[in-house]
Design a protein around this ligand. Structure first.
Ligand code: ATP
Ligand code: 6CM
Ligand code: CA
Length: 558
């Protein structure tokens, strides 16, 4: 925080102010509506009326109220500094209180820290604790009751342990009550949310797992929201209603790209702290249709060709955990399949160069902020928007771009899809909440060139700066695979076996057939011909987006 900003916040009306002990010296501590700040007092110089006075060069130190988790009376004899474990000497008074707060550390990670203040008597101590906690209770974006689903088989199967050891204690500290369900089978969370859970009583849903688990949960929430609002999601181009309930992700999966792309890390404690602080980050969601039938929502990767084949292959290797993706990735790379088809897309207005602009989405992102946020619009504004949309569509037909080609991969992402394997993600400049997706077309190329493209996802080189790769920022796209002349019975039954269901009228897909299949956030879609449309800010997460700088800007000392 800049000194000028501090000076503005400092002028907020004071709620409580006292001289008490902090780190073995006297400090002036003040609480106002936005922060808690203190200044050490010069013990050597005394005022006429024997008050200790603040030395001129003393530094102001502060904590924003938004970052404070809770204040508690410190138990007698418990004057240990939580971080260092070092005992603080209590100069005069044995009454004290601890302020727990969330602090941003290196690499976008947040940690829970604590400060101790010592008071002259118990009532002063109680007054401080009460006043700080009263102010915290006014922060209405903080959740009080959460519904938690744990997938015990995600990633390295550590979900339950991660939740119990690293997350539950933080929720308890923040007095958040939880109902925890450890899932017993795929779609357990979906069915529970749809049929049993009394969603109204919760301030959010938390999923402990990976992108697949997150996808399961948002499907239930979005189905429910559309049903309650009378919206038919089968109608392509239908405006969908954003989901009220926020979702928190405690990363425990194999890819964890939604968590990584919205917090900058896949760290369970960081995610837990974003939940505790009540942070909010909307994200775009795309809906995938086949003719007039809704198939699925997508928030991470909708991938045909390389990623679709890789996912289909890796599903049979689930027992291997996250390593299944590496093995199937190498296999699909060596297979080097390419697929013919036609991609048509509607570019986002005026944004053509943006996927390559290297600006990225950094919180607070003005591009996402200025994108239409239906939640904040009045009824009249919604009508106006609907009219604008239909005007745009009338003139849209000519705006559709059509590309017929042979592709190694077709990837569509609503967000960057940054993840530990690829810290920039599939489209490093994609925005979390701007109502657009980036469509990446990887045309037929040699194995070596494709490898160059893939490797660039793992370093700072530009994966789009290759002649066979094109990227477009779009609002909608369609894909039609080239019809194969012969569809053998054997191909059809192989397809049904792979996706575990017989799809009437769908051509066989996957490696070894003329069509690939779409991986939609880790689920295989039965149809190759799809229509996709982005919905701006349809779901909100307990997250803050990725902030500037990788190390602590949260220094509380000015
Ligand atoms: N108890 C369970 N047993 C088996 N499958 C489950 C269970 N609970 C949830 N699932 C399913 O497991 C799938 C994958 O889970 P999840 O996404 O959490 O882990 P992952 O696949 O290892 O990680 P990622 O999706 O990040 O690659 C989800 O689609 C979910 O439907
Ligand atoms: C030579 C080195 C090449 C390395 C290339 C790395 C490129 C990584 C980009 C990863 C983008 C992940 C997008 C998210 C996809 C999830 O919805 C999905 C289901 O969980 N996971 C995967 O498909 C699993 C995706 C796993 C990719 C390896
Ligand atoms: Ca977007």
């Amino acid at each position: 925080m800049l000194l000028q900003e501090f000076s503005v916040l400092e002028k907020q009306p004071t709620l409580l102010s006292s001289q008490l002990f902090y780190r073995n010296s006297v400090a002036d501590l003040t609480l106002n509506r936005v922060m808690l700040f203190w200044k050490r007092v010069d013990m050597s110089r005394r005022h006429a009326r024997s008050f200790l006075c603040v030395s001129k060069d003393a530094k102001n130190t502060f904590l924003l109220l938004n970052d404070i988790i809770v204040a508690r009376e410190t138990e007698e004899g418990g004057q240990k500094n939580k971080q260092g474990g070092k005992k603080e000497k209590v100069p005069l008074h044995s009454y004290g209180f601890t302020v727990s707060y969330a602090d941003r550390t290196k690499h976008h990670r947040w940690r829970c820290k604590a400060l101790m203040f010592h008071c002259k008597d118990k009532s002063q101590c109680q007054q401080w604790v009460q006043t700080i906690n009263d102010q915290l209770s006014l922060l209405c974006s903080r959740p009080k009751r959460l519904l938690v689903y744990i997938n015990p088989y995600s990633g390295k199967r550590l979900g339950k342990r991660i939740y119990e050891q690293r997350v539950a204690p933080l929720f308890a500290q923040a007095s958040i009550s939880t109902d925890v369900i450890v899932t017993k089978h795929a779609n357990h969370a979906r069915d529970h949310l749809e049929t049993e859970a009394d969603v109204e009583q919760y301030d959010g849903v938390v999923c402990v797992g990976g992108d697949g688990m997150f996808s399961e949960i948002i499907h239930s929430l979005l189905y429910r929201t559309q049903r309650v609002s009378g919206v038919d999601h089968h109608q392509y181009d239908q405006d969908l209603v954003p989901c009220d309930l926020r979702v928190g992700i405690i990363p425990a999966g194999s890819t964890d790209c939604i968590c990584y792309a919205t917090t900058g890390t896949n760290d369970p404690v960081t995610s837990a702290l974003h939940i505790v602080l009540g942070d909010s980050q909307p994200i775009d969601v795309s809906s995938v249709h086949h003719n007039n039938t809704f198939l699925r929502y997508s928030t991470s990767l909708l991938g045909y060709g390389f990623y679709g084949d890789m996912l289909m292959d890796s599903e049979r290797k689930r027992w291997m955990g996250p390593a299944r993706y590496d093995l199937s990735g190498v296999k699909m790379f060596l297979n080097h399949h390419y697929y013919k088809g036609t991609v048509s897309f509607l570019p986002a207005e005026g944004n053509l160069e943006f996927p390559k602009d290297k600006m990225g989405c950094r919180s607070p992102c003005h591009i996402c902020k200025t994108s239409v946020n239906r939640l904040s619009l009045s009824g009249d504004q919604v009508c106006e928007m609907a009219k604008e949309k239909s005007d745009r569509e009338m003139s849209d037909d000519g705006a559709w771009h059509v590309i017929r080609g042979t592709f190694l991969a077709i990837n569509a992402v609503c967000i960057s899809c940054a993840c530990p394997r690829s810290p920039g993600g599939l489209s490093p400049s994609a925005h979390l909440a701007d109502g657009t997706m980036d469509l990446i077309l990887v045309h037929r190329a040699s194995r070596l060139d494709f490898l160059r493209h893939l490797i660039r996802h793992t370093n700072k080189d530009d994966q789009f700066n290759l002649s066979f790769v094109e990227v477009h920022r779009v609002r909608q796209f369609r894909f039609a695979p080239e019809q194969s002349d012969v569809t053998s019975e054997a191909e059809l039954s192989e397809c049904s076996r792979k996706i575990g269901t017989a799809q009437v009228g769908s051509a066989p897909t996957g490696p070894g057939t003329s069509h690939s299949s779409w991986s939609c956030d880790g689920e295989i879609l039965p149809q190759a011909a799809i229509q996709v449309s982005v919905h701006c800010q349809l779901v909100k997460l307990f997250a803050r987006g990725i902030e500037w700088g990788s190390s602590s800007t949260h220094s509380h000392c000015l």
